[in-house]
Design a protein around this ligand. Sequence first.
Ligand SMILES: Cc1ncc(COP(=O)(O)O)c(C=O)c1O
Length: 424
Amino acid sequence: MEHRQSAELYQRAAASTPGGVHSNTRARSPHPIYFERAEGPYLYDVDGNRYLDFVLGNGAIILGHGNPEVQQAVAAVIAQGLTTGSETRLAVEAAELLLQQVPTAEMVRFANSGTEAVMHALELARSATGRRRVAKVEGAYHGWDSQMYVSAWPDLGLAGPSEAPQPVPAHKGLDADVARSTIILPFNDVAATRRIVEEHADELAAVIVEPVMMDIGYVEATREYIHELRRITKDHGIVFIFDELLTGFRVAPGGAQSHYGVTPDLSTFGKAIANGYAVAAVAGRREIMDEARPGGSCAWVGTFNGHAVSMAAVGATLRQFEGSGVWRALQERMTYLEQRFARRAKERGVDVVLRGRGGNFHWYFTAESVQDYRSAATSSTERYQQFAKTAAERGIHLAPGTLSHHSLTVAHEQEHLDAFVDCL
Ligand SMILES: Cc1ncc(COP(=O)(O)O)c(C=O)c1O
């Protein structure tokens, strides 16, 4: 593939923008690819190359790029000239649609990114409990806030013993005191998690969990783990938050909470709820959510909240989720992909396992059973990079990290999945 124009753009971009990218995960060697168009399962770069996309806006695209219904709804609102800073019918409808999809939630409010939504959820929890500290799972990513960008893909040399993981701030720019105040839980270790939560119960405002850890690929919580967390947080008056930024509407039509049959106090959504437009949401119990009302105990403001374009995209996306046809279509593709991949791995004699559900998936080059960050980190970086290199040569767009996550859309057909599997 010829990348002359991407290389030239990189030269310019590197002069004006750190690393030539606006989010570090987009960096690639020898330079990022600069894109200009997308349609269905494909991305097109500035050199005219076509890529079969499995990154899909870090999981934000679920209906395929440029889904006609979403594009039409967005075009219609743009034509009306209204952008932001006011309340709209579109936002009322989007909120109602989201609550219909998540029957466990009673109220919802929109923000602009997952990081923001998580920050609002934590503020609501602090406000509701009068406590300050929060607990998260080792290896989980919940955005770049100082209290959360801790022990996300940590260096295991700094992370302490697996049953008592230590907070490892992701970088020097975080408020170190805040970052080190975060309590770290070992995923799927019920006894150790119970002990740590009980030890800190009086100071914990919230426990936040991504019920299927998709930011390290695809690692499901056991039902016992999730139900025990629900029980213990309830017993101690701790707000239990599900981060459904990625699991939302992929793990199951009502999100991971309907898959596990658990009602969290709050949950965060985003990404796939608007098929690529910038929006996120916090949903949950009325009693806690309502503290964000004007005059409540937890102020929540934002210039771009409920932006008309995003609200139009949420409405047009969520309407297509009604009746769970989208989820079933994604799950059919997942089953096909899992089976085809397992067959190929066996034929090639490679220790690799692909896991996924509802169109989010990842594959691990390891013989270990993957059940948390530490076991996921045994996946061979060399084998992953080899696979990613073969894929790139064949015009298949993958995420660069060994513990990244990948997605499918309803626009991905069998031939696309075959092309992916054939890279093994
Ligand atoms: C589970 C989870 N939470 C939070 C975030 C942060 O979302 P955003 O990138 O929109 O700030 C992400 C993004 O990757 C995520 O996957």
